[in-house]
Write a protein that binds this ligand. Structure first.
Ligand code: SF4
Length: 347
């Protein structure tokens, strides 16, 4: 299926999604943040549409951005209709909180008319009470039953441009429910752990939930939900896909863990390398190693590498030492060599 110009599912690469956290009615801030997200590799930006003021901003936001946009809507189906009419490529709704089936069908017909897609999302926290009571809690079975109910109007209207999602804060439940969805339905599936947390813990929990699924070929879009600047979500998502060798974008910086032999400031240098090459899109492996014991071997296995000596460091390019420079010049020199060899220096 297509969301805007982006193909999702059916063997397409796993897509990276994030969400703006600006006030949607602040058009400038929302557009600026969406552009920052796009620059770091976000392929699908979700924007919340909480009220009429946000609705007023949607046509202008749409006009200023080219990447596929998803409207996040709860409770009021008219907000979803407005987003679709404003040219958003997808709406994310939880049919369980939209109200009557008639309203859900109105959104489906509008999406069909506009050529847009709909993400049907259920969250453990918003399953209808009778269902929760019957299952003894917001269990995996309850989420599946809720999703099946939500899908009924879509199936009645033969609307196929659907992406599914089921989110919970539990890692084991997320894995179980997504596996069950992938077995039962053919629609593309969005993966994410809701309310994953602060950056480090959130990235770890998201990885714990998403990695088993992605390795099984489950999941067509991902979001790594983290509190704070959403740009970090995109960086973690790419790190995750890169580590699993599913997709690569930009340099992956490897650093040794440091030990008593470390002779250069590995952590600082690795951060500086990441920053210096942040605009590089080529999927390069760059190693930052603290000493000559394991350093040269590891650095040689990477496309580029720095290997520390006392106050100095060797720079490796595709397995060969090309230079030894003072520690203070390592990053600049490495960045120059990367740009030179990838053609970026000629821009
Ligand atoms: S590369 Fe050297 S400094 Fe880094 S962890 Fe290994 S032995 Fe220690």
């Amino acid at each position: 299926m297509k969301v805007g110009r982006l193909v999702i599912g059916g063997g397409a690469p796993v897509r990276v999604q994030s969400m703006t956290n600006t006030r949607t009615d602040d058009i400038r801030a929302t557009v600026r943040q969406a552009r920052r997200l796009e620059r770091v590799g976000c392929e699908l930006v979700r924007i919340t549409v909480p009220d009429e003021r946000a609705v007023q901003a949607l046509p202008e936001i749409r006009r200023r951005l080219r990447l596929p946009l998803v409207a996040d809507v709860h409770f009021d189906h008219r907000l979803a209709l407005a987003a679709l009419r404003a040219g958003f490529d997808k709406v994310r709704v939880n049919p369980g909180n939209i109200g009557s089936t008639r309203k859900v069908k109105e959104v489906i017909r509008c999406a069909a008319d506009c050529g847009a897609a709909i993400r049907v999302g259920v969250n453990a926290g918003s399953i209808a009470r009778p269902l929760v009571a019957r299952h003894g809690g917001p269990t995996v079975a309850a989420m599946l039953e809720s999703l099946a109910e939500c899908l009924e109007p879509f199936e009645q209207l033969r609307f196929r441009d659907v992406v599914l999602s089921a989110k919970t804060i539990s890692v084991p439940d997320t894995i179980a429910v997504c596996r069950a969805i992938a077995r039962r339905w053919r629609y593309p599936l969005h993966l994410g752990l809701t309310e994953a947390g602060l950056p480090l813990a959130g990235a770890t929990r998201s990885a714990a939930a998403l990695v088993p699924l992605l390795l099984e070929g489950i999941g067509d879009t991902i979001r790594v939900s983290l509190a704070g600047d959403p740009v970090r979500e995109v960086a973690v998502a790419w790190d995750l896909l890169g580590a699993l060798e599913l997709r690569r974008r930009g340099p992956m910086v490897y650093a040794c863990p440091t030990c008593g032999r470390t002779e250069i400031d590995v952590e600082r240098l690795a951060r500086q390398v990441e920053r210096a090459l942040g605009d590089t899109r080529q999927p390069l492996r760059i190693a930052v190693m603290g000493c000559v014991v394991n350093g040269p071997g590891e650095a040689r296995a990477a496309d580029f590498g720095i290997c520390g000596g006392r106050g100095r460091g060797a720079i490796f390019v595709r397995g060969k030492v090309v230079k030894t420079v003072p520690e203070s010049e390592l990053v600049t020199e490495l960045a120059r060599l990367v740009r030179e060899s990838t053609g970026l220096g000629e821009d």
